[in-house]
Structure formats: C-alpha cells, structure tokens
Ligand binder design. Structure first.
Ligand code: FE2
Length: 391
C-alpha cells in the first residue's frame, strides 16, 4: 500500500509542478521573471522526490528523534496530497475529454502529410539543432496540411465556403532554416486561400525580421493576409517588426479590428494579443451591426486563453496557437507542457462555446526543433453554414 501511495504521489508531484510551470508561462510577465520562477519550480520538481526519499530512508535506518518524526509526517502528508492530486487530475482530464465544448458540430478533416526529411540538411541548422532534428520519431519536418470544415451558425450565404489558411508559431530563429518557411508559404499559396491568418510567434529576434520579405511577405490571400503577434515576438524590436510586416503587406490586427468585403458582404476581422500586448480590439463600436443584421466576427489571437474574451465579444470564429499541441505528446497521457491558464485543456483542436468556435493550431515551427506525436500543422479552414447539417 505504501509503495502504491508513493507511486501515485510521484505522478501527482510531477502533475503539480508541471501545472504550476504551465500557469506561470501563461502570464504576461517579463521573460526574466518567467525564467527565474521556472528555474525555482524545476528545482522543486527535481529535489522534492530526493528530499522525501532521504527522509523515509532516515526514518527506516536512522536513530529515532522528534525532528525525524516531524519530517516523516510532513513527507507523508506531501505524498498523500500529491497522490490525491494525481487522482483528481486524471478525473479532470477524462471530464475535459468529453466536455461539451469539445463536442462541436462534425468537422470534416482531411490531412495531407508533407514530409521534408530528405531536405533536413537544408532546413535545420548544423550542430545541436541538426542532431535534435535527426532523433528517431522527431516529426519537426513532417507537416500536416489539414483541411477542416468549420460550421458556423450565423454564416451569411455570401460567406459559405470561405477558405481561411491558419498559420501560427513559426518561431524563426535560425535553428529551423528559412527554406522550411519558404516551403510552408508555397504550400499555402498553392491552396489559394481567401484569407490568410497568422496568429503570432513569428520571429525570435531582430535578425529574423529580415526573413519576412522572403517568407510571410510572399503569402497571398484573395482578401488579404492578417496577423497578430505572440509572446516570442517580444524578443524583436516591436517598431521594426511592425514596420516590416506593413512593408510585406501583412495587416497587423493587434489591438484593432477592420471590416472587409467578401462577395460584397462585410465581415469583421479583429485582433487580440493579450496578455503580452494590450489592449485587445474594442468591438463595442463595431460598425454595421444592428438588431436585424449582424456581421460575421473573426478573431486572430495568440493565446487560446482568450476564448472567454471571444465569447464575451460575440466572436464567431477565433483562431489561436501558442501551445504547439504540447509539442511532445506521450502515449495515453498526451500533452504535458502547455503554457496556458487552463493547462492542456485547449492545447490543440476545435472547441465550441455558445456561438463561438475556437480553432487552436499546433503551429508550424518551434524554438527547439523537436516534435513527437505532434507534427507541425498548416490548417485550411472552410467556413460552412450549419443549416442543413442536422438533416
Ligand atoms: Fe509559440
């Protein structure tokens, strides 16, 4: 029984500290503080089991003292609490798996795999990135091009079939080379989308702003290419990045919204870069809405944590990234790392609450070029009316 409790406690201990690290990374704190807190929490993750094991060994083989009894009681209380957390977290995961927000209308999902491993030397930098890229099971160059039907209740007939390419989390850092991103752009342009939405984490510093004209600057969308920034974009000069995006004809929707005409019917595209860049778009003065006519509202956000904001602002479709699908997904357990206030709840996929649908992409890049059971994703979302679906 004691060993069973210890085993559950060990799992619960990992769940506890990974959950804390995930939540801290969801906050809009400066990078220095996040790194400092993370170092402390990783130390707790590593040393707490050593401390518990040492105390229990002392209790078993040492000379009994009052201090020993106190330490052993404290150790067992910690183990019991962690074991309880393990059980609660397992039940919570199962609850989330069948949560109504996951049971959206049926989504037709067609996946076309794009394997670029033959071009690994060209697409991953030499040295450590290349060694990581060559690890067995690493899918960092196995892109899934995923076509998904998204069913929206209030879709105007003029917007039926609207195709939106959703690209996110490129993380241009030089570890994954520019040729990879050029290929990604070619894939999207071949699909000839109506709108291209890029939802943040574009570059890892000023040096990679220069990559934009040859990569994102070549994206083509019939009704334009739109973007928001993510937390990693703070590593580059905001002014330089925004200037380059504008020169590349990427419309930055950070804290604003705009109306565009699609088949002569207007729709609203809005941005939300919270919590890293404030404020989000103010939709209280949205034009064109009236009691009898309401415009389709599409939101580009970096963090899925803005899902509630999207619901409060009556968004029809929100697109987000940030969580990379967990990047490394384990058998049975799935994703573990997910820098969100909701943990792994919105790590990737399609979610629905009220009239709001959220598409969370796994993203196409990563700062560390390692993905396991979690290939990069380029999504092509096709908007469909729900009318007739129930038949
Ligand atoms: Fe990211």
């Amino acid at each position: 029984m004691a060993y069973f409790l210890l085993a559950l406690g060990a799992i619960g201990h990992m769940v506890l500290w990974v959950a804390i690290i995930n939540r801290v990374h969801s906050l809009g704190m400066a990078r220095f503080w996040i790194k400092l807190f993370t170092a402390g929490f990783v130390a707790a993750l590593a040393f707490a089991p050593v401390a518990v094991a040492s105390i229990l060994a002392w209790q078993r083989w040492g000379t009994p003292t009052g201090l020993m009894q106190f330490a052993a009681t404290a150790a067992w209380i910690y183990v019991a609490l962690c074991a309880g957390l393990c059980i609660v977290s397992t039940v919570h995961r199962l609850y989330l798996w069948w949560h109504p927000e996951r049971v959206a209308l049926p989504t037709h999902n067609l996946t076309r795999p794009i394997h670029l491993h033959e071009r690994r030397r060209e697409m991953i930098a030499p040295g450590i990135p290349s060694l990581i890229g060559a690890l067995p099971g690493n899918q960092v160059l196995n892109i899934d091009f995923q076509e998904k039907d998204i069913f929206i209740d209030r879709l105007a007939a003029a917007h039926e079939g609207l195709r939106i390419a959703h690209l996110t989390d490129l993380h241009m850092s030089g570890r994954i080379q520019r040729a990879f991103y050029e290929h990604v752009v070619d894939v999207i342009n071949e699909a000839a989308p109506d709108i291209v939405a890029v939802t943040g984490d574009l570059v890892e510093g000023d040096a990679f702003i220069e990559w934009l004209p040859a990569t994102l600057g070549k994206l083509r969308g019939k009704y334009g290419v739109y973007c928001v920034l993510g937390n990693h974009d703070r590593r580059a000069s905001e002014a330089k990045l925004k200037q380059q995006l504008a020169e590349c004809n990427l419309v930055h929707l950070g804290d604003n919204w705009r109306q565009i005409l699609v088949n002569d019917v207007p729709l609203i595209l809005a941005g939300n870069e919270m919590p890293w860049y404030a404020p989000a778009a103010d939709l209280s003065n949205c034009v064109g809405d009236s009691a009898n006519s309401r415009l389709l509202r599409i939101l580009l956000a970096h963090s899925p944590d803005q899902f509630q904001w999207a619901q409060a602002n009556d968004i029809d479709l929100m697109m987000a990234g940030h969580l990379h699908g967990g990047q490394v997904r384990f058998p049975i357990v799935g994703a573990i790392t997910s820098p969100s206030a909701y943990g792994v709840r919105y790590v990737a996929g399609i979610f629905r609450a009220g009239n709001t649908i959220m598409h969370v992409s796994r993203g196409v890049g990563a700062l560390t070029p390692l993905r396991v059971n979690c290939p990069p994703e380029i999504a092509l979302l096709k908007l469909r009316s729900t009318i007739g679906e129930a038949e």
